[in-house]
Write a protein that binds this ligand. Structure first.
Ligand code: TXA
Ligand code: MG
Length: 328
């Protein structure tokens, strides 16, 4: 009876996706969910549209964008001399959180690649993202949908808070499942090089590629970055974040927020957020940015957290924690 009186409203998703895809095709900005973080998308081959991404994010032009595709056919016109190792990686990890830096096709505007002869390409696995890209008929350049230097968004609300006024639409797909940005792997270096760690780690890449190296950490003033996302300070909240060995030393400070990665028995006077209760690194990744943003709204003196074991996705989490705390 209740079911008859209160029918489930029909969801307008396909229509919404078509509308937002049409906006993208017209050169407008649409934020959309991926499995990693929300992206701020525009037609990658439309220079004006791509410029407006940089304006909305206040992102410097030296930082190149990732081009998102829904079908392998789209590679034609984006890359040249496709490396056979790239095909191997695509077969294993796409759609998914692996971005490949490849040789760029001349038709990709210089603004997308920050004048580099390489282009970063990724096929996200989120079905909304795939459908949106597919329906737009375009390759979509998309950085994370946050103001430059700040923590990446993992919900549509995060995007709205920082960019709502500056963009044309947001596709709400709920919380991102992976929660931290894709692994960026360059196949244009002598030895395949991880430029940014992510869920897909070196342990998974080595069996397919043989040798793989991880790019070295660079200083804050280094202007010759292999990948400018490697700036020392990045992903940073407004409230200072400090990395400490033992967070329980801060249990009596009511104006210190605490990021917890395992169950704590001691009571804390300040606000605590469980990023994971069981030191589960995958769970911690999926909640990390939400937790940081949450504490950042509380007008605290600072927040503290500890690094995770340097294995699997823990490597990527630690990379983000270090950068988010680098200013302090
Ligand atoms: O998970 C992700 O990758 C998300 C979602 C939206 O797909 N995107 C993302 O984009 O994190 P963004 O712009 O925040 O970070 C892109 C990273 C930057 O570190 C940038 O320097 C690097 O990729 N990158 C882009 N093109 C490159 C290129 N041609 N060579 C080297 N690094 C490149
Ligand atoms: Mg970003």
């Amino acid at each position: 009876q209740y079911i008859e009186s209160y029918p489930i409203p029909s969801i307008q998703l396909p229509k919404l996706i078509k509308e937002q895809a049409a906006l993208l095709a017209q050169g407008k900005l649409v934020a959309f969910p991926t499995e990693t973080v929300y992206g701020l998308g525009a037609d990658a081959l439309n220079e004006e549209a791509v410029k407006s991404i940089f304006a909305a994010k206040q992102r410097p032009f030296f930082d190149p964008l990732i081009v998102h595709i829904a079908k392998l056919e789209q590679l034609e016109g984006l890359v040249v001399d496709l490396d056979p190792r790239a095909r191997l990686l695509m077969d294993h990890f796409w759609p998914g959180p692996l971005t490949l830096v490849l040789k760029k096709h001349p038709s990709v505007p210089a603004i997308v690649t920050a004048n580099s002869q390489t282009v970063a390409i990724r096929m996200p696995s989120n079905p909304l993202a795939l459908n949106l890209i597919q329906a737009s008929g375009k390759a979509i350049a998309a950085p994370s949908a946050n103001r430059f230097g700040y923590t990446s968004p993992t919900t549509a609300t995060h995007v709205k808070e920082q960019l709502g006024e500056r963009i044309d639409a947001i596709l709400d797909g709920g919380a991102c499942t992976v929660g931290i940005e894709s692994t960026v792997l360059s196949l244009c270096t002598e030895i395949p090089t991880i430029l940014r760690p992510g869920k897909i780690g070196i342990e998974e890449l080595k069996p397919l590629l043989g040798e793989v190296i991880v790019t070295k950490q660079v200083g804050p003033t280094d202007t010759h970055l292999e990948s400018p996302g490697l700036l020392e300070s990045h992903y940073a909240p407004t409230t200072p974040l400090y990395l400490v060995d033992d967070v329980t030393l801060y249990k009596d400070q009511s104006d210190v927020g605490v990021l917890l990665f395992e169950k704590q028995k001691v009571p804390f006077k300040g606000p605590v957020v469980y990023v994971s209760e069981t030191e589960n690194a995958e769970e911690a990744a999926s909640r990390l940015y939400w937790a940081i943003r949450h504490l950042d709204t509380m007008h605290l003196r600072c927040m503290v957290g500890s690094l995770l074991p340097e294995v699997g996705i823990g490597v990527a989490i630690n990379n983000r924690l270090r950068k988010a705390s680098a200013k302090h």
